[in-house]
Design a protein around this ligand. Sequence first.
Ligand SMILES: [Zn+2]
Ligand SMILES: [Zn+2]
Length: 392
Amino acid sequence: MSVDALEVPAPVVRDVIALRRDFHAHPELGFEEVRTAGIVAERLRALGYQVRTGVGQTGVLGILRSQRPGKTILLRADMDCLPIDERSGVEFSSTVAGKMHACGHDGHTAMLLGAAQMIMERRDLIHGTIVLCFQPAEEGKGGARAMIEDGALDDPAVDRVYGLHLTSLYPTGQVLVRPGPVMASSDSIEVTIRGRGGHGAAPHQTVDPIVTSAYFIAQLQSVASRNVDPTEPAVVTIGAIHGGTIHNVIPDSVDLLGTVRAFSEAERAAMKPRIERVLSGCCDAAGAGYDYRYIDRYPITVNDEKEAGYVHQLAVRTLGERRLGHLAMTMGAEDFSFMLQRRPGCFFFLGSQSDERTAVPHHNARFAIDERCLATGVQMMTALALDAPQRP
Ligand SMILES: [Zn+2]
Ligand SMILES: [Zn+2]
C-alpha cells in the first residue's frame, strides 16, 4: 500500500481542529471522560466501526475487520485532562475550573478520530483488523492497564500496538521515533517518620522527626548520585513534606511523598531497597521509627527495536526524511508502557511547538499547541492502519 502523499483533506483538518477545541473547552479527569467518550463512540458508530464502550471504565474501542488477511493492530489515543486551572489565554479555554487539557490528550483524541474517518474512507485497501483505542486516565491512574484487564488486547487478539504523543519540545509537525527505552518508569514512595513530640525548647526530651526528615531528604540524594550506575539515568524527588503545626512544638511524626524514576528495570528494582536502607539508617541514628511504602506505578516505556525502525521508515515514506527529528531521553512516564510490555509496538512523538507560546512545558497552566501539527498525526495514524497489518 502506498502511503506517500497521504494528504489530509482540508475539511478533515478543520473537523479535527474543531473537535480538539471542543475537547479542550470541556476537559475531564481520568475515569470521568463520559462526555468525551460519548462523542468518540457516537463518531465511530456513525463511521461504521464496531464499537465497545466501558472498556476500562470510560475507554472506547472502535473495531474495523477487513476481508483481507493481515495482522491486528491497535492505535491508541488517551482522553484525560489534568487538575490544573487554565491560563493559556486561548479563546476555547477550559470551561471547567480546576481542569485543563495541559498535556495534549485533547489533540490525541481528535487526531485519532480524524484518522478513523480517513481509514473508513479507504476500507477497501485495509488488511487485517484495526482497533482504535481511546483510553481513559493516562495521568497517574493507569487507564491503559484497566483497558488491558478488560480485554482490550484480547478481543480481537491484538498483534502490535502504536501510540503517539504531542511534545512542546519539538517543532510543529516533526516526528520523533526512538528504539528501546523511550520514557522512564514512575513509582511513588510514601514515608512516615515516627518520633516523639514535645516542647520546642526541650528537644532532648523528644525524638525530633523534623530533623530526622531533613537528614533523610539530604541523604536520599546519594541514592541517585552514589548507588545508581552513573551511565543510567535515575531520579528521586521528594515532592511533599508535611509535619508540625506551630513554631514551638516538635511533632510526633512527619509524612513525605516522593517520585522515583529509572530507565532500566534492574535499576528500578534496586531503588526500593536502596531508599529503605537510607531511611532506616537515618531513623536508627535518631531513635525514630518509620513506615515505608513503595508503590509500583508505570513501567519503563520500551519500544521494540524492529517496530521503532518500521515507524521511522513509515514516517519517512509518509512525510519525507526532513520531517524526522532526533528524540532525547526524558524522565517522563507513560502508561502505554503496560501495552508495550505485552505486545511489540512503538510509542512515538509529534512536535507541536512553533513559538514562545507553544514552547511552554506540558502540565503547565499556559500549555498550548500549534494546531498545524494535528494533520501530521492524522497522516501517521492513517498510514499505520493502511500499512502495518500487511507486515509479516
Ligand atoms: Zn501528561
Ligand atoms: Zn500525556
